[in-house]
Design a protein around this ligand. Structure first.
Ligand code: ADP
Length: 188
């Protein structure tokens, strides 16, 4: 079974495509955004620590994020077929993930990066704002998330590319067609 990372800017469609991929391939889905939202909603100690950072649109510090991820992996020591969504978002996170997988006798086989322009992402999130209420979707916070992506997260791409683990999929257009393109990468 393969382990992969689904990568892309906020609003790239990672959540939508993850759902479809889980149904088709039975991946164990690990979304750090969902995990952080669960902690803040349930007001856990971790939730209290990250709430303000998250709501501002900034990245949670690596130390906290990596510890949470490790805990999640330790809950599923025998699982195979992880789909990571929203993690890694920095190079230290990518390195930590490789190490954890290696320690479990496994690996991140490849990354699927959804290629979506900044203009498209802004339009999509503006629409999402009308139907869902995510505090971090507000204009100013969204700007922060996009800045975080283009200043920090983008550097994860050359990390995987230099190791021949990067696959880019055009992320604009029909959801079903984008899904087919991702499946092609996985099936190959
Ligand atoms: P989006 O839908 O914008 O891609 P997510 O739902 O994945 O965002 O994450 C929401 C917020 O949770 C981020 O803006 C950040 O504050 C925090 N977060 C999620 N994953 C990470 C991560 N890997 N590293 C640091 N912060 C993270």
């Amino acid at each position: 079974m393969i382990n992969l990372v689904l990568f892309g800017p906020p609003g790239a469609g990672k959540g939508t495509q993850s759902e479809k991929l889980i149904k088709k391939y039975g991946f164990v889905h690990i979304s750090t955004g969902d995990l952080f939202r669960w902690h803040t909603k349930n007001d856990t100690a971790l939730g209290k620590r990250v709430k303000e950072i998250m709501n501002s649109g900034a990245l949670v510090p690596d130390e906290i994020t990596i510890a949470m991820l490790k805990e999640e992996l330790d809950k599923n020591p025998k699982a195979r077929g992880f789909l990571f969504d929203g993690f890694p978002r920095t190079v230290p996170q990518a390195e930590a993930l490789d190490k954890f997988m290696k320690d479990n006798g496994s690996a991140i086989h490849f990354v699927v990066a959804l290629d979506v322009t900044e203009a498209e992402v802004r339009t999509r999130i503006a629409k999402r704002r009308e139907t869902e209420s995510r505090v971090d979707d507000e204009e100013e916070k969204l700007n922060k998330r996009i800045t975080e992506y283009f200043t920090k997260t983008i550097h994860v791409l050359p990390y995987y590319e230099s190791q021949n683990r990067l696959n880019t999929v055009h992320g604009i257009g029909d959801i079903g067609e984008i899904f087919e393109s991702i499946c092609k990468v996985i099936d190959k």
